[in-house]
Design a protein around this ligand. Structure first.
Ligand SMILES: [Zn+2]
Length: 395
């Protein structure tokens, strides 16, 4: 008979050794070779060279794998129903993407049951977790009336780590734009407020103009929400400048930037969140990642998982693309997909920080079947994530 007392003994610290390469994201020491770390109650308690590793209650040897923070995916739209394969095929045949395609997902989402929406969301969240994403934001924005935006926000809050209200995704068919902005900033915002941390607006041709976007951001700020902006995806526009004006945490897409936009981002704390899978799937030019970094702006990489323009949860794919096609170094791309995402969500610093593996941070990490994160670019398309830990617990 096992002794019931000993079964209750809790492991409080665990030493991880045999790490060929550890990405910590610590400034000045982003990666270190032949490392070890200690996890205590879900938090990183010690990081250093394996030869200096302290004793712990238990130990695990990773036998030469690389370890890096779990991906932090700060941009997705995963509360939806329906399928846009036909629209995708039409784009492949030469049709240009426009913001209006969102309306077809709105119809399918309104017609779906709660269970259908939850099942799809859980499937995508699990898919992302298996590929190393330990923290994930998702947005509403396929309901576009009070009842369905509220439902989307509630379902999202039950599955993902943080939720963004994107009632201002597109003006629904048959609705006056100014009346719709009044609805979003009034009754709709009040309804979703208990379930969301962020407010977002699609400040784009075919969606919301500068004045309408300003009204949305002002309402979100007044409601105490953090702000995010979809901007400069389909052409130059007011998105970046609005994000800077309102002190948004992030402006996302950033494909078409004027020199003044790059300057504004470089001299502000607004993160430019780049979505390379979306750029590939819409056959639009990549965001100028190199120019942004060289100017001194902070960038994040995210999946933009959504049924229309980027139906992938793979952050590794974003990293691979950023390195091979957007001119980023491995370290820049890995940072952008981990600590960059955490910065875009305001969670990169302080106790319980995510996106880095330094003392005091959450032990959200992934173990890859390779000796170095360079393999994300060196072996494109190969699934490398072998184990994922969230708060120090294998999942
Ligand atoms: Zn988006």
């Amino acid at each position: 008979m096992p002794d019931p007392e000993s079964e209750r003994v809790q492991v409080t610290s665990e030493l991880i050794t045999g790490i060929a390469e550890l990405t910590t994201n610590e400034p000045g020491r982003q990666r270190m070779d032949d490392a070890a770390l200690v996890i205590e109650n879900g938090i990183i308690a010690w990081v250093g060279s394996s030869k200096n590793a302290p004793a712990a209650d238990s130990a695990k040897d990773l036998d030469g794998c690389a370890v890096l923070p779990g991906w932090v995916d700060s941009h997705s739209h995963m509360v939806f129903a329906g399928d846009r394969t036909e629209e995708f095929e039409a784009r492949l045949a030469g049709k240009k993407y426009s913001a209006g395609g969102i309306n077809s997902t709105v119809e399918a989402t309104r017609a779906a049951t709660d269970d259908q929406l939850t099942t799809t969301l859980l499937r995508l969240r699990r898919e992302a977790l298996n590929d190393g994403t330990t923290w994930m934001e998702t947005k509403t924005g396929y309901g576009l009336d009070v009842e369905h935006e509220l439902r989307s926000a509630r379902i999202a809050s039950e599955v993902v780590d943080e939720v963004t209200f994107l009632g201002a995704h597109v003006v629904p068919r048959g609705v006056d734009a100014d009346e719709y902005v009044a609805l979003v900033t009034g009754p709709m915002l009040s309804a979703v407020r208990p379930y969301v941390q962020w407010m977002d607006v699609f400040a784009e041709r075919g969606a919301f103009d500068a004045d309408q976007s300003r009204a949305v951001l002002a309402a979100g700020k007044a409601a105490g929400l953090g702000l995010r902006v979809h901007g400069n995806q389909l052409g130059t526009g007011p998105g970046v400048q609005l994000a800077v004006e309102f002190g948004a945490a992030s402006v996302d897409h950033c494909n078409h930037l004027a020199a003044a936009d790059i300057d504004a981002l470089a001299s502000s704390d607004v993160v430019a969140t780049l979505l390379p899978a979306c750029d590939l799937c819409t056959r639009e030019p990549f965001a100028p990642a190199r120019d942004l970094l060289d100017a001194g702006a902070t960038i994040a990489l995210a999946s933009n998982c959504n049924p229309g323009t980027s139906y992938t949860t793979s952050m590794a794919f974003a990293v691979t693309t950023a390195v091979l096609q957007m001119g980023l170094t491995i370290d820049e791309a890995i940072w952008a997909a981990t600590k960059g995402g955490a910065t875009a969500l305001g969670r990169a610093e302080g106790s319980d920080a995510i996106g880095s593996l330094v003392v005091g941070a959450r032990a959200d990490l992934q173990v890859i079947a390779a000796p170095s994160v360079t393999h994300f670019a060196y072996r494109p398309g190969v699934r490398l994530t072998e184990a994922v830990w969230k708060s120090g617990v294998p999942v």
